[in-house]
Design a protein. Structure first.
Length: 620
């Protein structure tokens, strides 16, 4: 078994794809980690903005959470209908493109790609923030820890969707179980104490605070809290990953995710109000996450605290798995319409669209480095892409029911229309409230990404137009090409190149660039070892051409000679045969010059359609 088989698993045959499909239990870790983990950073993002109000700010967390829950229910029912209408996967890009046109689809695609990248970065940074709350000494190493988690996630996800689901199963259910236990126990104690329970470990003291919350700040608190809704679309986009009946299993998964998320958000808001728990400065000394304070207040700092914090860290860090599951599917769908490079269509050894994973990892790592792994710095960029995608998807579904019709079409239109209005209004609130804090970056990136995708499409359209043929093959001028073979010295490598050249044509040039004073050595061998044996069989020997190189350049004299020959023979095909040594092990490659690779690149860039480049490998 090879190293890659051990680390990434054995290759999976296409016919075995059905074995990689998952059920609702595994679907929660694969597609629900983004949504569920947002219960850890969504409320905290909202509470961070209420820090200046002290205890008075906690009075607003319940109504804000209630508004978010109402919006969540609307989006939930909307996406249930999307799953029914698009059993092969109905992400925002697909729905918007099919029902509202190409431009709307590109807008949804750009928003979703940015959202998935930000989700991966925010999830990992929040997970590392959770562990730093338990072990503050790790705070100086935040960025390194984030990149280490990203590397681990990449390895697990490259093994395939089924393996990643199994790997994340235990952390996901441990997170949900421990947090629901804390919430249940905390609410019971609050009920027993008449709404004012005593904390086992007192949270940081909050000042009393006075004054009303300005409407502008309330909008910003709501916008930050809405980050808890990201990831809801993932299930509808990945319906094909579920085993049959796929739609039913996808809807079960989405329902369980939404119910768990609502219970977590509502419970956290109630306990924060009851125990007087607010956010602390994430960049300051002694930072503690809201969940760290909450668990300490209800359970204390015993073994259960560390188990719970460990599960929170794991799920937050692993929440990027939703992006790993959906981002490659999204880029594949976009590439199928020629708006992204076709490399995103290629399925890897484990039936994954691996290049989508590579792109996601690269952009996520860049974000983590730029923002030093601090969640609070990434949150302002978050949620815009998600809510823009929500809005376009639901508006597209309204058009879909209007176009398709059928029983209960009007009711379905009302549900999706309500979802489109609710998420559209929320998008405007989030955009305005977070614009100066960083949302402008997302608002700028989306049109730039659309322009980039449009340029990719123009390129593919141009290539298709130029290369498409609907006529019989040309049969004129079928003469042997003029063959050019670069020769450094007389060797088995040069012999193989010249032999192949003689099989192609009687007009062969052996070109030597005299950069290292080897011409005399080559000339000594030429007549006896090359020219005379070829004449003896009645064939014309190759012409030996020497190119001077007083400054020891090799590539440019050779390239200029090939281009000059091409100009001198405007009706001839020019075949350039490049003999090259192929080593057995990758680590041996740096021990040999790479001039053959450079020459191929230069000919591809500088040459034209009449110059053909042929590799002649000689295996060591």
């Amino acid at each position: 078994m090879s190293f890659f088989d051990v680390v990434l698993g054995r290759p999976i045959a296409t016919v075995d794809e059905h074995g990689e499909h998952i059920g609702p239990i595994a679907g929660i870790p694969v597609f629900g980690l983004d949504a569920l983990s947002s219960a850890a950073y969504g409320p905290e993002a909202a509470l961070t903005l209420l820090i200046p109000l002290g205890l008075a700010g906690l009075h607003y967390i319940l109504p804000v959470t209630a508004a978010i829950l109402v919006l969540l229910v609307i989006v939930f029912f909307s996406y249930l209908q999307t799953i029914d209408a698009y059993p092969n996967g109905g992400g925002s890009y697909t729905v918007a493109t099919e029902n509202m046109g190409e431009r709307a689809g590109l807008l949804a695609a750009a928003a979703l790609m940015i959202d998935y990248i930000l989700n991966a970065a925010v999830g990992i940074s929040a997970g590392v923030g959770a562990i730093i709350s338990a072990f503050p000494a790790l705070q100086p190493h935040t960025t390194i820890l984030c990149l280490a988690v990203l590397a681990g996630l990449t390895l697990v996800n490259l093994r395939g969707i089924k393996d990643s689901g199994l790997a994340f199963l235990a952390p996901t259910y441990l997170f949900c179980g421990s947090l629901l236990f804390v919430i249940g126990l905390g609410l019971w104690r609050a009920y027993q104490a008449g709404g004012h329970p005593a904390a086992i470990v007192a949270p940081p003291h909050l000042p009393i605070g006075v004054g009303m919350l300005p409407l502008w700040l309330l909008a910003k608190v709501f916008a930050s809290g809405c980050t808890a809704m990201t990831g809801v679309e993932a299930v509808s986009n990945g319906v094909m990953a579920f085993r049959q009946p796929a739609c039913r299993n996808a809807k079960k998964t989405l329902t369980m995710i939404i119910l768990l998320l609502m219970a977590l958000l509502a419970g956290i808001a109630l306990l924060c109000r009851a125990y007087g728990i607010g956010a602390t400065d994430p960049s300051g000394a002694g930072y503690q996450s809201v969940l760290s304070q909450l668990i300490g207040a209800v359970i204390g700092r015993g073994w259960f605290y560390y188990v719970s914090m460990g599960s929170i860290f794991a799920v937050l860090a692993l929440s990027a798995n939703t992006s790993f599951a959906d981002f490659p599917r999204l880029t594949r769908a976009i590439a199928m319409h020629d708006f992204l490079p076709h490399v995103f269509l290629i399925r890897g050894r484990r039936l994954l669209f691996s290049h989508g994973i590579y792109a996601l990892v690269g952009f996520t790592a860049l974000l983590l480095i730029i923002f030093q792994g601090v969640t609070d710095r990434l949150i302002p960029l978050f949620a815009i892409g998600a809510f823009l995608a929500f809005t376009l998807s639901q508006a597209g579904m309204v058009v879909h029911w209007l176009r398709v019709g059928g029983p209960r079409a009007k009711l379905r239109m009302v549900v999706n229309g309500l979802g489109a209005v609710a998420t559209g209004v929320t998008l405007l609130v989030v955009l305005v409230a977070k614009f100066r804090e960083g949302a402008w970056v997302t608002a700028l990136l989306i049109p730039l990404l659309i322009l980039l995708m449009a340029s990719v499409r123009r390129h593919y359209d141009g290539v298709r137009e130029e290369t498409t043929i609907d006529r019989p093959i040309h049969t004129d001028n079928l003469v042997a090409p003029l063959v050019i073979v670069p020769v450094d010295r007389w060797s088995k490598i040069a012999e193989k190149g010249l032999r192949f050249a003689l099989k192609l044509s009687d007009e062969v040039e052996a070109v030597h660039v005299d950069a290292e004073d080897r011409l005399s050595e080559l000339e000594q061998h030429w007549e006896a070892n090359i020219a005379d044996p070829i004449r003896a069989i009645g064939r014309t020997p190759p012409r030996l051409i020497s190119l001077p190189s007083p400054f020891r350049f090799v590539m440019w004299p050779l390239l200029e000679h090939i281009l000059a020959v091409e100009r001198e023979h405007p009706e001839r095909q020019i075949a350039v045969l490049i003999p090259e040594l192929v080593v057995k092990h990758w680590w041996q490659a740096p021990l040999h010059n790479q001039r053959s690779q450079m020459l191929k690149l230069l000919l591809l860039v500088k040459g034209n359609q009449r110059i053909t480049v042929i590799n002649i490998p000689w295996y060591l």
